[in-house]
Design a protein around this ligand. Sequence first.
Ligand code: ADE
Length: 219
Amino acid sequence: MTDIESFRCKLVTYDEIVKWTGDVAKQIRACDCKPTVVIGLTRGGWVPARLMCDILGVKKLYAVKTEHWGVTANPDGKALLTQELNASIEDEEVLLVDDITDTGESMTIATAHLLKMRPKGLKTATLLHITRSRMEPDFHSVKVPEDKWTWFIFPWNVNEDLRTLLPKTLYEAKSVSEIKKAFREQFHITVPEDVVRITLKDLLAAGTVKRAGRKWART
Ligand code: ADE
């Protein structure tokens, strides 16, 4: 019997991103600890970090990057710092921003890297915080209990995530409408058929799926 992979996902909207970033900015304003530098933990922290700069009036926006040995909904793989900071933060009040703390690995690694660069202060912020994380950011908007673990499909990552999730629906050959139904049943998300078709086209070009008569199958 084929194992059918299933876990809760949520399609996040840009309105939610703006709301959550605003919540975090409000907390930062209230603590009277406005940063002089914002660092986005890329790739997920890039958009929130840019929005944070706008709200808080911060001009210096830098980036560091961590990467997981894994893809969508597999954040358990080890994280590595793959892009160091290439600017000075000595004597700066730094705010490190990411979209989510899930295992907390990325934040932990990035924080250790930045502390070596002698900032005056370092605070951390995420939009979402899953309580299983080994580190809790200083600021976050939404707390997600561990038993409500969800894969958040951020608006800047929709196509990438759908390209990862769709093949998981093809444990048997399916039509477009059957794939749409499987997205609902396996991942609790509603994906319009035209978006399913675009994703299939990308996966066909990548050689991940093939046509099987009127249906689609994994290669
Ligand atoms: N990156 C790490 N954990 C995540 C999650 N639960 N949802 C979306 N992106 C993530």
